[in-house]
Ligand binder design. Structure first.
Ligand SMILES: O=C(O)c1cccc(C(=O)CC[C@H]2O[C@@H](n3cnc4c(=O)[nH]cnc43)[C@H](O)[C@@H]2O)c1
Length: 247
């Protein structure tokens, strides 16, 4: 991090980086924040700079769909910016009955669900296979503060590379991940990149659809984006930063 960094503004503390997948999610997050500035292009996507009501600098990056795009985008932002915290955010599929459409979920574990191998005994994740990790655990104080302020459920959120499209797959994921609340496609990528920079990471999702048999017409993306906007208007930003900087 140097003064030559292409997207660092002198004198501006960028406390929080929010990584979403698509521009519609970035717009929803930014609608929840009172002040913004023009977006800057980064190699990882468009970086929007905003300020929360309590003065916290919040940068919002639309980094693309899927864990690889999310990891790459997050790394480009973290390489040049000063962030105390990274949040993966956006819409998600919710596991019934714990995460209904329109509800908010905060990850107490960010778990990649399909990184591993099929074996005669069933799926084995990469940790069981002896390399890598499949789980990042956000700071508990961060999870409690965010979930408490938003009235959100807290629990595991899965990252998948393929949207679940059957009751069988939904049941298999729920069996393998007790208490799972939601699945989305970016959280683990964001958390992997953040871990490499030593920056704490969390995940906040608004549920747009149930996890289960494919029914694209049943997705309530507008409702979820509305919930996302309200969440980013209500988050206690200074408290979140305090949780990750002072414990
Ligand atoms: O309908 C499809 O064929 C399809 C294939 C790939 C991606 C999509 C998306 O619209 C996902 C975009 C975005 O939304 C998140 N998301 C929302 N619901 C789910 C879900 O049930 N499972 C996984 N991801 C979901 C995800 O994080 C993506 O960024 C549609």
């Amino acid at each position: 991090m140097t003064e030559r960094s292409p997207h660092k503004q002198p004198g501006r503390e960028a406390g929080l980086l929010v990584v979403v997948a698509v521009p519609a999610e970035a717009d929803a997050v930014l609608r929840g924040l009172p002040a913004g500035a023009p977006a800057e292009p980064l190699p990882g996507g468009l970086l929007h700079r905003a300020v929360a009501a309590d003065g916290t600098a919040v940068d919002v990056l639309a980094g693309g769909v899927g864990p690889a795009a999310a990891a790459a985008a997050t790394a480009t932002a973290l390489a040049g910016g000063r962030y105390a915290l990274v949040l993966s955010a956006g819409i998600a599929g919710g596991f019934a009955p714990r995460a209904p459409i329109g509800s908010l979920v905060v990850a107490d574990a960010i778990v990649v669900a399909d990184l591993g191998a099929e074996t005669p005994e069933g799926f084995a994740d990469v940790t069981e296979l002896g390399f890598g990790t499949v789980r990042h655990v956000p700071p508990p104080g961060l999870v409690a503060a965010a979930a408490g302020a938003l009235g959100a459920a807290a629990g595991p959120v899965l990252t998948v590379s393929t949207v679940t499209g059957s009751a069988e797959r939904a049941a298999a994921l729920a069996d393998r991940h007790p208490g799972v609340l939601a699945e989305a496609m970016e959280g683990f990528g964001v958390a992997e990149a953040a871990a490499r920079f030593g920056v704490p990471a969390g995940e906040l999702r608004a549920v747009s659809n149930p996890v289960g048999p494919r029914d694209r017409a049943a997705w309530r993306i507008g409702e979820a984006l509305g919930a996302l906007e309200r969440a980013f208007a209500a988050l206690p930003y200074q408290r979140l930063l305090k949780e990750v900087t002072h414990g």
